[in-house]
Design a protein around this ligand. Structure first.
Ligand SMILES: O=C(O)C(=O)C[C@]1(C(=O)O)C=C[C@@H](O)C=C1
Length: 189
């Protein structure tokens, strides 16, 4: 691209990159990655305590908060809830993976146990930020092909930049599977 082009230049494909992120979905996927990273802390807070990974009461609270805040922010509540169900599933993938890793290799297990309370407050703050990004990317996410291109760019560069391992990449795939509105069936994957 010619030098001196505006950082937010519209490209031929109708998609926009910024100087900071190669994709318009970068800010959204960065928040998704941040939430996935917080799952490491959630796992550390539970490992060895007998607390189950899955807490259906908390999940219901998270999804209720999502539904209420989505309505207030002008985001389709069903879309928002589906997206956050994926975030929760991704968190459980990470927690289960880390529990298995730490059980098999106790020397890799965390040596401190963070409090779950402040971690959940962090997750609540991420909920608000993620909903705002869902709102800000609404138009792009309605365009399946442009969205898939931008999503691949954003997740690919985010995974490399954040040096995500196989477990966290799997979580990222799960957490972003409903970002783009699905078009006609894509056939084989
Ligand atoms: O808050 C927890 O205990 C978590 O494990 C986090 C989380 C979430 O992603 O919000 C994930 C799994 C639980 O079932 C409930 C909530």
């Amino acid at each position: 691209m010619a030098t001196g082009a505006p950082a937010n230049a519209e490209t031929v494909s109708g998609t926009v990159g910024t100087a900071k992120s190669p994709s318009r979905l970068g800010p959204l996927t960065d928040l998704v990655i941040e939430r996935i990273r917080v799952s490491d802390d959630v796992a550390a807070s539970k490992f060895g305590t007998g607390s189950p990974i899955e807490d259906s009461v908390r999940e219901a609270q998270v999804l209720e908060q999502v539904r209420n805040q989505a309505e207030a922010a002008g985001v389709n509540p069903d879309t928002a809830v589906a997206f956050f169900q994926d975030q929760i599933t991704a968190s459980k993938i990470v927690q289960k993976g880390l529990f298995a890793r730490w059980t098999a290799h106790p020397e890799e297990a965390p040596t401190t146990r963070p409090d779950l309370g402040p971690i959940r407050e962090q997750l609540d703050q991420l909920t608000t930020a993620l909903l705002q990004e869902l709102k800000d990317t609404e138009e792009l996410r309605e365009r399946p092909i442009a969205c898939m291109v931008q999503l691949a760019l954003a997740t690919g560069s985010g995974a490399v930049r954040e040096r995500l391992d196989t477990l966290h990449r799997e979580a990222l795939r799960t957490a972003t599977q409903s970002v783009c509105r699905s078009s006609e069936p894509t056939g084989r994957r």
